[in-house]
Write a protein that binds this ligand. Structure first.
Ligand code: FE
Length: 193
């Protein structure tokens, strides 16, 4: 197909130009959003949610019951965060998130997705052979841990509540925040001390 020989950047530019010309998109608004997600919104938001859930049992319950409402309590909402479902990792169950179709991701909590999340290999292989892909990414799970793979979409954005690492019992919320990584909230890593 001819269009496959045109680099993606050029296709995106052409598409953007058409949307602007037809008045469907305002470039100033678009630039504002891009700058916001590049500079202000990132995994630190998600880390706040996780640290609060680890230290506040009532919040944890609300978070697992209605993710969208519970993260909005902390002020995190907006595009791609309308329907957030939180999955809790436990010693028995490990959850990991993928978007098989494209790159759906909980922007208000994690910012923009990393390039590996958008990679066709990650998107297809995580479904077929999650243990292998996780091991390649540095997370080897024992056989008795059940792995659950969740496919984010335009309807639902999944977010992983990682296990609180052992030995952090005495730490307050603000000291837990820096331990929580983006990868742990996608489910491709564990939180370490
Ligand atoms: Fe997607």
């Amino acid at each position: 197909m001819t269009q496959e020989r045109v680099p993606i950047e050029l296709r995106v530019e052409a598409l953007e130009q058409l949307l602007v010309e037809r008045g469907l998109v305002d470039t100033a608004v678009m630039d504002k959003y891009i700058a916001m997600y590049e500079n202000d919104v990132g995994p630190l938001n998600g880390a706040h949610v996780v640290a609060k859930a680890w230290t506040d049992a009532d919040y944890r319950r609300r978070l697992l019951a209605d993710g969208t409402a519970a993260v909005a309590e902390l002020g995190y909402k907006g595009p791609q965060g309308e329907h957030i479902v939180v999955l809790e990792n436990t010693p028995e169950v490990h959850n990991v998130v993928v978007c098989t179709l494209c790159s759906c991701y909980p922007w208000p909590l994690l910012g923009l997705p990393p390039s590996w999340y958008k990679d066709p290999a990650y998107r297809s292989r995580m479904v077929r052979e999650p243990r292998t892909v996780l091991a390649e990414m540095g997370l080897s799970l024992p056989d008795d841990v059940e792995v659950r793979v969740w496919d984010s979409s335009s309807e639902v954005r999944y977010f992983v509540l990682p296990e609180r690492p052992a030995g952090t019992g005495g730490l307050p919320e603000e000291e837990l925040v820096p331990l929580v990584t983006r990868d742990a909230m996608v489910g491709v890593a564990r939180v370490r001390t």
